[in-house]
Design a protein around this ligand. Structure first.
Ligand SMILES: Cc1cc2nc3c(=O)[nH]c(=O)nc-3n(C[C@H](O)[C@H](O)[C@H](O)COP(=O)(O)OP(=O)(O)OC[C@H]3O[C@@H](n4cnc5c(N)ncnc54)[C@H](O)[C@@H]3O)c2cc1C
Length: 344
């Protein structure tokens, strides 16, 4: 099939318990940028056992030209065989030039499976996406060689081009008022697409332990804290700010905090309003997970630390002096706020 027969950007949206997940809105904002640049349409597909109209309308109204809701009781939970069979069917029907999904456990499972079946290229865990307007080649940028370089990958020969995008690394699209209802297609696949050798017995939910990915403020502790007992100092700062506690890999590797706290290339990506790094050097693998934070504050006793290159505010000093002073000031201000509220 000729490359020219393929057009449009597609995203694979996700739902849980019939609520469309945030990653879907992040993919829409990524997809819209590419579609506008290429002058093509943005379309989406989503799998469920039957999503309600309001959820579909909300996603569609963010600027999605066509939303295909693939519905069957067995599609309630991810199943690589059935999801992939349906995606391949939609690829044959709509011929998308680009397909994006989240680098979530769902995306990381179905995208390689589908790319193999379609003989398509796939770049996992992209942090940046752009498009060559003339050729339609997707420019897929991701950390490579242990995170020491950023590589931009093209798939010039094959279509569709497939990529997964890290959650929390894009803006969240918002619904517009120009929604047209005929853009939603409910597709009920036949039995041949729903055949699976896997029987789903049920799901055990995992409890998110520290909530760093949804927190507005994250205080991150690095190896500069020196030993596990000292983590309580940074935890006190996080508590005073109502923030979540994150960590670098060196802290997690030393088992001072568990893996759920790790931020970076092999941990989580965060985009809080405020990131505060305490004794964090700012290695490239750590920056990969936090540099899209809105405001970055760093405390480090080395004026040449890498973290200062991305920081909006830097404090050069000994964290064991700076952090207690920060906690004292925050508590004083909090006390003044409470007094002021009482006076009103
Ligand atoms: C494939 C791969 C994946 C990786 N993935 C990740 C990842 O997901 N996340 C991650 O974080 N890392 C990751 N790393 C590790 C990364 O390369 C760094 O080793 C790590 O981020 C360093 O952590 P750190 O900043 O806590 O420690 P260090 O680099 O040792 O920095 C400690 C900092 O504390 C400062 N300091 C020391 N004492 C004080 C003091 N008293 N007051 C103030 N400052 C002080 C020092 O000046 C120093 O800058 C990965 C590495 C590889 C190869």
């Amino acid at each position: 099939m000729k490359k020219t027969n393929y057009s449009d950007v597609w995203i694979i949206a996700e739902q849980r318990n019939n609520k469309i997940l945030k990653i879907s809105y992040e993919l829409v904002s990524r997809g819209l940028l590419l579609a506008r640049k290429r002058g093509c349409r943005l379309c989406a597909m989503i799998f469920s056992d039957g999503l309600n109209e309001a959820e579909l309308v909300k996603l569609s109204a963010c600027g999605v030209d066509t939303l295909v809701s693939v519905e069957a009781p067995s599609l309630k939970y991810i199943s690589p065989e059935t999801y992939s069979a349906c995606i391949c069917h939609l690829i044959d029907e709509y011929k998308p030039e680009i397909i994006l999904s989240g680098a979530t456990s769902t995306g990381r499972t179905i995208m390689p499976y589908t790319a193999m079946k379609m003989h398509a290229g796939l770049t996992a865990d992209c942090t940046l996406l752009d498009i060559d307007e003339t050729t339609g080649d997707l420019l897929q940028t991701r950390p490579a060689a242990g995170g020491n370089i950023m590589a931009t990958i093209r798939t010039p020969q094959l279509r569709p081009q497939m990529a997964t995008v890290r959650p929390h690394s894009s803006e969240t699209a918002v619904p517009l008022s120009t929604f047209k209802k005929d853009k939603i297609i409910r597709f009920r696949p036949d039995d041949s697409l729903l055949f699976s050798q896997i029987k789903c017995e049920g799901f055990i939910p995992i409890k998110e332990k520290c909530g760093i990915q949804d927190a507005k403020t994250v205080v991150v502790v690095g190896k500069g804290i020196k030993k596990a007992e000292n983590i309580s100092l940074v935890r006190e700062l996080a508590d005073a700010l109502g923030a979540s506690l994150g960590a670098t890999r060196d802290v997690v590797d030393r088992t001072w905090l568990d893996y759920s706290h790790q931020i970076g290339l092999s941990g989580k990506t965060i985009t809080p309003q405020l990131y505060i790094g305490i004794g964090v050097s700012g290695a490239i693998q750590h920056l990969a997970g936090m540099q899209t934070s809105e405001t970055i504050i760093a405390v480090n006793n080395d004026p040449d630390a890498q973290i200062f290159k991305v920081a909006d505010f830097g404090i050069v000093g000994d964290l064991f002096e700076v952090v207690p002073a920060m906690i004292k000031k925050i508590k004083e201000n909090r006390g003044l706020e409470i007094l002021n509220q009482r006076d009103v």
